[in-house]
Every structure is written in C-alpha cells, then in structure tokens.
Design a protein around this ligand. Structure first.
Ligand SMILES: Cc1cc2nc3c(=O)[nH]c(=O)nc-3n(C[C@H](O)[C@H](O)[C@H](O)COP(=O)(O)OP(=O)(O)OC[C@H]3O[C@@H](n4cnc5c(N)ncnc54)[C@H](O)[C@@H]3O)c2cc1C
Length: 428
C-alpha cells in the first residue's frame, strides 16, 4: 500500500496498522468501503513482525469450546467475535494469502515457514489492490471536538510529517494495540485521551510476562546466581501454583532463569495468576517439581544414598541427573540446613518454592491486560458515548495466554468492528 493525498472527509478511518486494524480494513473492502489506515510508525505491522521472530503462532487447534475459555472472564464477549471469525477462519485466511499454516506438536498453529513477513507482505499488497490506503508516520493525537459536537463525522487529529492535520471520518476505528513493546509503536498514549472522552479504561498491566524473584532474603537473585545462570533453561519441570482464592495451576514445560528472576513459556502461562496474586498479597510463590517423572519416594531413595566425599552437586547429578542450574537454584532458595537434611531436600526437589516479588515492566511483556472496558461498547464494538467510534484488538480489556489466542482475538475483533462500521455506513 502507498501513501496518497487524503480528502478532508472520508468514510472510514482505521488508526493502527496491526492485525486488528488491517483485518478491519479487509472486511470493509469486502463491503465495498475503501478505508484509510493510519499508523505512527514508518511501516505497518511492526508488532506482528516481532511476533514472527519466535515463530508466528496464529491460532490453536484445540476444540472451540476449550479455545474460548482461554479468554477468562471475557470469554462470553470474545466467544461472540470468534463465532464469526475463529481458528478455522484464521487458517483459511492465511492460506488465501498464499501462506498455508501447519500444526506444531503442542496443537499451536504456525505459518508454514514460521515467519510473519511473507504473510504481511501479501496482505498489504491485497489490501492495496482492494482500495485501502495506508498513511504511515501519521500519529493520531486525539479528537478535534467533544462527541456532542461531532457532526456525522469523527474529527481525528494527527501529527504528521507536514504538521497537524484534521481528518473527518464518518466512522473511525481505533486499533492502537496495548502498551507492551513501545518501540514498535504501541505506547499506550491513548489512555488519557480515552479518559478525557469519558471512556472507562481498565489499568494496563503486563500479561504473558516474566517476574523478578524475591530471593531468599527478599533482595532478588544473588549477584553470583544472576551472573552465572541468567539464560539457563529449566526443562521438563512442573510448575504448581495455588493462589489465595484457591485457583490452581499445574503444567509441565520449561522456563528460563533471567538476570532478575524468571521468564519464558511456562512462566507466561501462569503469569496472569501470579501477577494478580502479587497485586493482592505483595508476593506470589509457586512450587517447582524439578523431577516430575520420579515419585517422591524414588527421589528420597536417591538423595539418601551415601555420597561419601562427593559434593552435593556431584551426588545430585549422578543419582538424579540434575544439572548445575538445578543445584545452584537449590542453594539460591533453600536455607543451608535444608540442603543437609535428606528428607527435606528430597521434598524440596519435588516442590521447590520460588517466591516472586513483581512482574517485569509492561514494556517487556508479550501482551497487555486491561484496556477499553467492553461495557463501554455495544456488540459491534462501537463506543456508547461516541457513536461512530469503534475499537478493536489488544487495546480492549481482555487478555489471553500465548498459543495463538492473542492474534486470533485481534483478527476477530477487527472483523466484528468492521461489520459494525459497514452497517453504520449503510453497507452492512
Ligand atoms: C515478542 C512478541 C511475540 C508475540 N508472539 C505472538 C504469537 O506468536 N501469537 C500471538 O497470537 N500473538 C503474539 N504476540 C502478540 C500480538 O503480536 C499482539 O497481540 C497483536 O499484534 C496485537 O494486535 P493489535 O492490532 O491489537 O495491535 P498492534 O499489533 O500492537 O498494532 C497497533 C498499531 O497501532 C499503532 N499505533 C499506536 N498508537 C498510535 C497512534 N497514536 N497513532 C497512530 N498509530 C498508532 C502502532 O504503531 C501499531 O502498528 C506477540 C507479541 C510480542 C511482543
């Protein structure tokens, strides 16, 4: 898509050229509406490209009912979007752009080459052919007037390379993303603008994030542990966590030690519960089973075997195949007396308590919880207090784990909002 001169009054403005905004543009094009898409960055889909770096996981193959539960308290609303554009539609859409998908071992669905770039390139090309126009380096800064003064058009104000420009759109979609990874354009600067408009926003919080460890004395990892083990993976472990409300989490997987705590897949999966518990209680402690394939009795048996003059680390390595990072973690979190007491040590190997003090900052998170409250919107994702203004994507108040659930809901909400916009323009 290329930038072209813009009439002062347009039918449809989409602000945010991420998956939600671009999907809305596609659905509007199908209804015969050529949208103008605006983005603050020099190119479209920067976060989509970042998502492709670790393998673009577009959706998941689990049964639809289970899929929908991943959206937690927002499942009732998100399910409505997914009924129109769900996991199967995501796969069909990708294949339609010449990028077939493939199923990974965990049931996650990826683009066949794991990349985002070919899909984004084909998508932007098709959107351009369909009549959509992209305006990059256009930063939306707010509205030219309060909704009571909108005369059948939303007055959008942009900071552009040529100065401030006001565009009147018969309907407008905000798909500005959350506030993680601000360097790709998603800085959450829209929050105060929404509050000024009277649109309630649930506080933005990190989701699918890492955490800082409390450490044995509440001071985090010791410098020795951080220096020697940051980046070390803990594979084939089970994380168990029960929060103060009794909600239980248990999953096998892997995560990494970071310079200040823990991160990676298994931690992200538990992160919403851990984050909420820290907010409630100031701390969250999960139990780590370092030897999930051995029973407590087997572990005790091995730990109790005489070790002679061998060090604890050599003993645990030869008897239980534990590596340096495991033993270092034991030293890091357990009091020295526990390490000398075989039954206590064996119990700790099956349930090592890892205390967390805070989530890592939102800027580092994969995604963002909180956002524009769905109660402020109608079923078409149109703002109740500002008719003509629609919302989609991660800037809405829902969250989900990694696994393709994020992109699928972004696409689906873009579809939903576009249908509402088309109806408003008399083309639905
Ligand atoms: C490292 C990483 C890996 C990820 N991997 C996956 C994955 O494999 N699978 C998955 O499902 N999800 C993944 N995600 C999450 C996924 O990328 C996001 O949920 C998704 O991109 C959100 O889509 P969106 O359209 O709502 O917003 P975004 O993609 O964030 O797009 C919003 C757009 O709005 C623009 N914008 C913001 N403010 C303004 C403004 N004031 N004026 C104009 N433009 C503005 C931004 O520049 C941006 O282009 C990953 C995220 C990260 C960070």
């Amino acid at each position: 898509m290329s930038t072209e001169t813009l009439p002062e009054r347009i039918d449809a403005a989409i602000i945010g050229a991420g998956p939600a905004g671009l999907m809305a543009a596609e659905k509007l094009a199908a209804a015969g509406i050529a949208a103008h898409i605006f983005d603050t960055m020099p190119t479209a889909g920067r976060k989509f490209m970042v998502a492709g770096q670790g393998g673009l996981n577009v959706t998941h193959t689990e049964p639809f009912a289970q899929f929908c539960t991943r959206y937690g308290v927002r499942a009732p609303q998100v399910t409505q979007w997914l009924q129109e554009f769900g996991p199967q539609q995501v796969c069909d859409w990708s294949a339609g752009l010449g990028v077939p998908t493939m199923i990974g071992s965990s049931g996650r669905v990826f683009t066949h080459d794991m990349r985002a770039a070919p899909l984004l390139r084909a998508w932007l090309q098709r959107l351009h052919t369909q009549g959509a126009r992209l305006h990059t380096r256009w930063r939306w800064t707010g509205f030219g007037a309060p909704p009571s003064e909108w005369k059948e058009a939303v007055p959008l104000v942009f900071a552009t390379p040529d100065g401030e420009v006001q565009v009147h759109a018969r309907c407008a979609l905000l798909a500005l993303g959350g506030a993680s990874w601000p360097r790709v354009g998603t800085d959450g600067a829209w929050v105060p603008v929404m509050e000024q408009l009277g649109v309630p926003v649930a506080p933005l919080r990190p989701a699918n994030c890492g955490f800082d460890a409390a450490g044995r004395e509440g001071k985090g990892w010791t410098p020795f542990f951080a220096e020697h083990f940051a980046g070390a993976p803990l594979k084939n472990v089970v994380l168990r966590f029960t929060d103060s409300l009794g909600t239980q989490f248990e999953r096998k997987g892997e995560f990494v030690i970071t310079g200040s705590g823990v991160g990676g897949g298994l931690i992200y999966a538990a992160s919403a519960l851990l984050r909420d518990e820290i907010e409630r209680s100031g701390r969250a402690t999960f139990q780590l089973d370092l030897l999930p394939d051995r029973s407590a009795e087997q572990v005790l048996d091995e730990v109790q075997r005489p070790r002679g003059r061998r060090s604890l680390s050599t003993h645990l390595k030869s008897r239980l195949a534990l590596q340096g990072v495991h033993t270092a973690l034991l030293h890091e979190v357990l009091p020295p007396e526990t390490l000398k007491d075989a039954p206590k040590l064996a119990a700790a190997l099956k349930a090592l308590p890892i205390a967390l003090s805070r989530p890592r900052p939102l800027a580092e998170a994969i995604s963002c919880a909180g956002g524009v409250r769905l109660e402020a919107l109608d079923d078409a994702l149109q703002c109740r207090c500002a008719p003509g203004l629609f919302f989609a994507g991660e800037m809405l108040d829902w969250e989900a784990p990694t696994g393709g659930y994020l992109l699928t809901a972004c696409f689906a909400s873009g579809v939903r909002a576009a249908r509402g916009m088309a109806q408003r323009l008399g083309k639905g």
